[in-house]
Design a protein around this ligand. Structure first.
Ligand code: NAG
Length: 162
């Protein structure tokens, strides 16, 4: 996947450029946003569209063992976490696949039949790209150009009980 390789290279370059001199770049670094829907279900690679949602679930973005952001889902199970400005200390674990969305609320809260499930729902995440506010991803050039002041979208892959 050449595009993905270029994307990763661009993000790595961003991470490096942000490392010591983030404030001197002349613009705002992109905001990192993760959003999705929490499923009320146990299992592996849960298709959130095919099961009931998990209303009011508490979710956390965990990178390595650190909680980087948290949020509470709405009554439709939808949540949005703002991780703040993209910094190298956030991008590095993301690019290294060390981050996941973890559901803190026990599954029994949405379905008493799931009280016996041991483990927590967790979803790995991937970088979707940059929305520079000009209508979509805009290709790789827009992606890299949109890094300043845009939004870096992080999307969760399907949840599994782990
Ligand atoms: C609760 O979970 C059980 C076991 O997975 C399932 O059979 C049932 O349909 C669920 N109930 C609701 C309301 O989703």
């Amino acid at each position: 996947m050449a595009t993905k390789t270029l994307l990763l290279a661009g993000l790595l370059a961003l991470a490096v450029s942000l490392a010591p001199h983030g404030a001197e770049a002349g613009g705002q670094p992109p905001l990192m946003i993760v959003s999705g829907v929490v499923p009320c279900s146990a299992g592996n690679s849960i298709n959130a569209a095919a099961v009931p949602p998990f209303p009011n679930a508490a979710v956390q973005m965990v990178c390595a063992r650190s909680v980087m952001a948290s949020a509470t889902a709405d009554r439709t199970g939808a949540y949005t976490m703002n991780m703040g400005a993209a910094t190298s200390s956030l991008l590095a674990p993301l690019l290294g696949n060390h981050c996941k969305v973890v559901v803190v609320t026990p599954l029994a809260a949405c379905n008493a039949s799931l009280a016996s499930v041991t483990g927590t729902l967790a979803a790995p995440v991937q970088l979707l790209g940059i929305d520079s506010g000009t209508g979509g991803l805009g290709g790789l050039g827009g992606l890299i150009g949109g890094l300043v002041g845009g939004i870096l979208n992080i999307i969760p892959l399907p949840f599994s009980v782990v």
